[in-house]
Design a protein around this ligand. Structure first.
Ligand SMILES: [Zn+2]
Length: 307
């Protein structure tokens, strides 16, 4: 028997009961009546997610190194963080291919990365990085140990984003900074115009579908004061895939295996790391990150201060 919407439990605000929102490729999204978060329901289990990510064989197939544009983008992320906090201990939560960390070796931070995937430590370059493998809550990090937590493209994947936010608040010192980028925006232009094809932005990878308001609400309710938030970017990929007939009804895992990202020729390219971020790309990265689409940009960014 299908679960009733009254049994849905919001992973952000813990409210019971949700309204039907939409069905994408067989998965049902519901919307919390209290905080507005859209999320997949029923929720996958932690085991489901672990199996999905293990099967992705992330490092073998999906992390193909830093693009020059991404290095310029991360350069701007560091500049934004440094405007609030120029030095100290910085943790990249969900550090993935370590692009952000590898780009920060010549800055004023002591850099840490954390990821569920133990393979990512292999992608770190340089003695400036320290790794915490596994769930953040299991690392034995002291209260207030960090000055900055940066996290990119992470919150849409989290089974319990409220618990993760509380843990980030615990490990940050009072006044410490949470800087978040690259969370898909559920009010993005593609979605509002019906152009989104849901090939990538879907369960079991993405299970939380935030808007600026629902993300800020979650962060503010768990120990933070929001300092800045904005949306950025347009994503032409869904329209392009539609035109090229690259959409399908396959499960995400199968689809991803057939549609690997372009190989950029190795993980570490010193010539495009920070300090070497190509100057001519910085204005383009600036326009990407800061052009104002109001609430309709493709991604969400947020800067918050630990209360
Ligand atoms: Zn809620």
């Amino acid at each position: 028997m299908p679960l009733s919407l009254e049994e849905a439990l919001c992973p952000a605000c813990r409210a019971r009961g949700a309204a039907y929102d939409r069905t994408i490729l067989g998965d049902t999204l519901v919307r919390c009546r209290d905080c507005g978060l859209a999320y997949v329901f029923p929720r996958p289990t932690a085991t489901d997610l672990a199996e999905f990510y293990a099967a992705l064989a992330l490092n073998a197939d999906y992390y193909h190194g830093q693009s020059a544009f991404k290095a310029a983008f991360f350069e701007l992320c560091y500049r934004k963080i440094e405007a609030y906090c120029p030095t100290g201990k910085l943790l990249d939560l969900g550090c993935g291919d370590c692009g952000f960390l590898n780009a920060g070796y010549d800055r004023g931070f002591e850099l840490y990365g954390s990821d569920l995937n133990p393979e990512v430590a292999k992608l770190a370059r340089g003695p400036h990085l320290k790794f915490l493998v596994g769930p953040l809550e299991e690392q034995g990090i002291a209260d207030g140990a960090f000055d900055v937590v940066f996290t990119a493209a992470t919150y849409e994947h989290l089974l319990d984003p409220a618990a993760t936010t509380r843990e980030i608040a615990r490990i940050l010192r009072p006044g410490g900074l949470l800087a978040m980028v690259s969370v898909p925006n559920y009010r993005a232009l593609n979605i509002r115009l019906g152009l989104e094809d849901w090939m990538v932005n879907r369960p079991p990878a993405h299970i939380n579908f935030f808007t600026g308001a629902s993300l800020a609400g979650l962060i503010a309710a768990n120990g933070f004061k929001i300092r800045e938030q904005w949306t950025y970017g347009l994503n032409p990929a869904p329209l392009k895939r539609r035109l090229l007939g690259q959409t399908s009804n396959e499960p995400l895992l199968e689809w991803l295996k057939k549609n690997k990202p372009k190989d950029r020729g190795g993980v570490f390219r010193p010539e495009i790391q920070a300090g070497g971020a190509r100057p001519w790309l910085l204005p383009l990265a600036y326009a990407y990150l800061y052009f104002n689409y109001f609430d309709c940009g493709y991604k969400l960014a947020l800067i918050a201060e630990r209360r």
